[in-house]
Ligand binder design. Structure first.
Ligand SMILES: *Cc1c(COP(=O)(O)O)cnc(C)c1O
Length: 495
């Protein structure tokens, strides 16, 4: 049966999966969601022994029903290949009472690669299916990791261009260098004088600007999005939660049907939403533990039922989670509102107007699967140090937020359910803060001088993503104000 997607703000806005992937954001400003959340036809135990790629097919075919088997398998094969430095694609490491699902073995050593290595292929297949002959222009706002991962995915992919906006002073030195050295004649990188939320709002505004859209269409272009609002990113992220469950079964860490918890260091709410979809589709998952940094807007939301972004924006050592508007939360709101587009649209309008909204008690009751907490900067650093000292395993700052929150969860609940922590970045990506947490003697060293020391203390080989940017030439230098983003786009497209 074909699964359609509808806008969270207007259910009559109904499209196929491939159309949703092409459009990114619905024209009414809503996000595409499955009209009905699918349930897997398989049981996890049926997948024991299968590879990542095979499991990816089994999962994705339930969500992308208008793709043929061959189309999906081709996309999967092109995405999950030797670009990853582990044949397992997402290996798991047990450390200090939890399973770390390492989602950072792709080209840019952060979990965004898991979805962004397949999105360009899904998008081109979608364009072919829908007879779209315009050049696809990917507009992306990034808090540091998405931008590079998206460019790595789209670089030199025919029929596409990509323009990435990042907060000039809001990303790590390694992240910035990774972006500025990006090759590919179809890639553009722009630093903005503003924070991530401003970059994201600017991109959303351009998507919904009829005049700008008309102008670029006339020249043979159409916008699309590689942000986690695109279901073409969300669906591939469901895969690794299924994979993790299957591997725990396979390695006899859990019994068939045994429930596990999942902890996700959260920013835009995409990664944890994928875990929620996996649960709804039938994977035995007990709690979804949402870990925030000092931008604890989600923690407050789970605690009070009030989402309120009116608060100071904190720049932390986990910059990919420095977010006050978690876009994908809208998809959860839609679900807990009983798939009500009317309620969703009303709350999102309030968010735009007042910067806050409050959900009803009835909606709150449906959040029982979630547990939210946060880690401050000191606790995050402590988590890195503790786990390193306990077992020699080095985690990055984002994963450390999750590790710290998991500690709080256990202290709060005494729940001993086996737990998977989504490990979202390699420690090599956030060298300074990782090393300074382990030993204050590194606190004054520059990122690039810490590559060797990290390699020595962790025994982890230096990833290619790091070694290659040391010598690569800088290719991008555009910087602009928030209100100049449209001009930059027009200029990049030669308008
Ligand atoms: C993007 C990112 C996150 C946050 O993921 P969301 O899907 O936006 O919640 C966490 N950690 C790292 C390293 C990231 O790049």
């Amino acid at each position: 049966m074909d699964l359609h997607y509808v806008s969270t703000r207007d259910r009559s806005n109904r499209v196929t999966a491939s159309q949703a992937i092409l459009k990114g954001l619905a024209s009414d400003g809503g996000l595409y969601v499955p009209e009905h959340l699918p349930e897997f036809e398989f049981k996890p135990e049926d997948l024991v022994g299968k590879t990542y790629q095979e499991i990816a097919y089994e999962v994705m075919r339930h969500f992308l029903t208008d793709f043929t088997e061959e189309e999906l398998k081709t996309c999967i094969k092109r995405a999950y290949d030797s670009k990853f430095d582990s044949t397992e694609i997402a290996p798991m490491t047990y450390a200090q009472g939890a399973y770390y699902l390492e989602l950072f073995h792709g080209r840019t050593i952060a979990f965004k690669d898991m979805a962004l290595s397949i999105l360009p292929h899904l998008m081109l297949a979608s364009a072919r299916k829908n007879g779209a002959d315009r050049e696809i222009v990917i507009l992306t706002a990034t808090s540091g990791d998405t931008g590079k991962a998206a460019m790595a995915g789209f670089a030199d992919v025919k029929g596409t261009r990509i323009i990435v906006f990042y907060p000039k002073d809001g990303v790590s030195a390694i992240q910035e260098r990774q972006m500025l050295t990006q090759t590919g004649n179809n890639t553009h990188v722009v630093g903005i004088h503003g924070n991530f939320d401003q970059a994201q709002s600017g991109v959303k505004r351009m998507f919904n600007d009829p005049a700008l859209n008309a102008r670029i269409r006339e020249k043979g272009f159409q916008f699309s999005s590689a942000n986690s609002i695109n279901i073409g990113r969300l669906v591939p992220q469901i895969v690794y939660y299924v994979y993790a469950y299957v591997k725990l079964l396979e390695n006899e860490k859990i019994a068939a049907g045994e429930k596990i918890n999942i902890v996700v260091p959260t920013g835009n709410f995409g990664n944890i939403l994928a875990a929620y979809y996996a649960k709804r589709a039938g994977i035995p998952i007990a709690r979804l533990i949402c870990a925030s940094n000092e931008n604890r807007v989600l923690y407050d939301f789970f605690l009070t039922g009030i989402y309120n972004k009116n608060r100071p924006f904190q720049v932390t050592t986990s910059p990919s989670m420095d977010i006050l508007i978690s876009s994908n939360l809208e998809r959860l709101i839609y679900e807990i509102a009983g798939e009500s587009d009317v309620t969703d649209a009303r709350l999102m309008e309030a968010l735009t107007r007042d910067g806050r909204y409050e959900i009803t008690d009835q909606m709150r009751q449906k959040l029982g699967d979630f547990y939210g907490n946060y880690a401050d900067e000191g606790q995050t650093a402590q988590a890195i140090k503790d786990i390193y000292e306990a077992c020699g395993y080095v985690i990055d700052t984002h994963t450390a937020v999750a590790a710290s929150v998991y500690g709080k969860y256990k202290a709060d609940t005494a729940d001993e359910t086996k737990t998977v922590i989504a490990s979202t970045a390699s420690p090599y990506k956030f060298l300074h803060d990782v090393m300074a947490a382990i030993d204050p003697k590194y606190a004054n060293a520059a990122d690039f001088d810490l590559i060797e020391p990290l390699s020595e203390i962790s025994g982890l080989p230096v990833p290619r993503a790091v070694s290659e940017i040391l010598t690569a030439p800088i290719r991008h230098d555009t910087v602009c104000d928030v209100d100049q983003m449209d001009d930059v786009v027009c200029k990049a497209l030669g308008l």
